[in-house]
Design a protein. Structure first.
Length: 347
């Protein structure tokens, strides 16, 4: 086991703004906006509500708007994930309700569609090559099920388990009057993972162990990471996102902790997001210490050595060539604009 210590003592690197794309100029206004970046900087964005695929070039200029609501070729019902396939120079969109994966070129032309013959809802799907989809099952252990990482083969239309969490799932819940509770808060501990060209990184956000796996699921080592600070729950934030009826269903001791703005030690994840970049470096992102604060992050190599650290205004969805790609809401020329921002990290 490798050990990582004291990353918070490092001098932070610098983030320089590189590019921004105003997605709302092209009709994108959703709150959950999946996107992917091509090798040359082309951007593909899925508008889940209006059911279309938007493609911009590396300068942010309009290239194409493809698809519409429906079940026919090139149409979407519930597109919820998109990835770039470098080996094929195509974007791949997974549509849950149509149970299919569609491939599009950089000009927005439909190339092919593959029916996904599975009843599984592939949570947080990541594609490797043209044939394999990695996804999480029971990422929060709801109902006492062990969280696991699954691999779905498009060639044989079958899922198999790659890795399973071997800890006690009740350690990640709240115990009240002899019963264990777990809630669907955004800050619930959950299984985090990402797939690089040479490895898979996976961890539970509430713990301090980062697992590195080969694509076959075999262990490549475990890195013990120092936790990020866990901010207290803000009652105003809870009230904004959930109604009183939701809080009424919670155990009184949990509500008390929330109202007193105390941290929930095992309940609030230290790591909120995990990414593997194009160099197979692992990026871990922590919680912002306030609603308008920045998220701290650290960059690790596969042996656990710290390559850099810093902070970013929002959680990125992708890192490539030390460039962080993330969405900002309500920070465009008009209030409510959705802006895709790109920043260069200099360790």
């Amino acid at each position: 086991m490798f050990t990582l210590l004291f990353w918070t003592l490092m001098i932070e690197g610098k983030l320089d703004s590189v590019q921004s794309y105003n997605l709302s100029e092209h009709g994108v206004y959703g709150t959950i906006i999946p996107f992917a970046i091509a090798d040359d900087g082309h951007v593909a964005v899925v508008e889940r509500k209006e059911k279309f695929l938007l493609i911009l070039d590396e300068q942010g200029e309009f290239v194409a708007k493809s698809g519409r609501k429906g079940q026919g070729p090139g149409e979407f019902q519930h597109p919820y994930a998109i990835v770039w396939l470098p080996s094929q120079a195509q974007f791949a969109v997974i549509d849950r309700d149509n149970s299919r994966l569609s491939r599009w070129d950089k000009q927005g032309k439909l190339v092919s569609e593959t029916y996904l013959n599975t009843a599984d809802y592939m949570l947080s799907p990541k594609l490797l090559g043209a044939d394999t989809v990695f996804w999480t099952k029971w990422p929060r252990g709801i109902g006492g099920n062990q969280p696991s990482l699954q691999k779905f083969s498009l060639s044989v239309m079958k899922s198999s388990q790659v890795w399973a969490y071997d800890g006690n799932i009740t350690d990640l819940m709240v115990k009240h009057e002899g019963r264990y509770f777990q809630f669907h808060f955004p800050w619930d501990p959950g299984l985090l993972f990402d797939v690089g060209s040479e490895l898979i990184a996976v961890m539970f956000g509430a713990e301090d162990k980062l697992q590195l796996l080969g694509h076959d699921g075999k262990s490549m080592g475990t890195i013990k990471v120092k936790e990020f600070p866990r901010p207290p729950l803000d009652p105003a934030q809870v009230a904004k996102e959930f109604d009183n009826g939701y809080l009424a269903d919670m155990p009184k001791d949990v509500v008390s902790v929330i109202k007193q703005k105390q941290p929930l030690p095992k309940f609030w994840p230290s790591v909120l997001a995990l990414l593997v970049d194009d160099r197979n470096q692992v990026w871990l992102f922590g919680s912002a210490q306030s609603n308008d604060g920045a998220h701290p992050f650290v960059v690790l190599d596969r042996k656990g050595a710290t390559l850099g650290s810093g902070s970013v205004p929002a959680l990125p969805a992708q890192v490539r060539d030390n460039r962080l790609y993330y969405l900002g809401l309500g920070i465009g020329e008009q209030e409510g604009d959705r802006i895709l921002k790109v920043q260069q990290f200099r360790p």
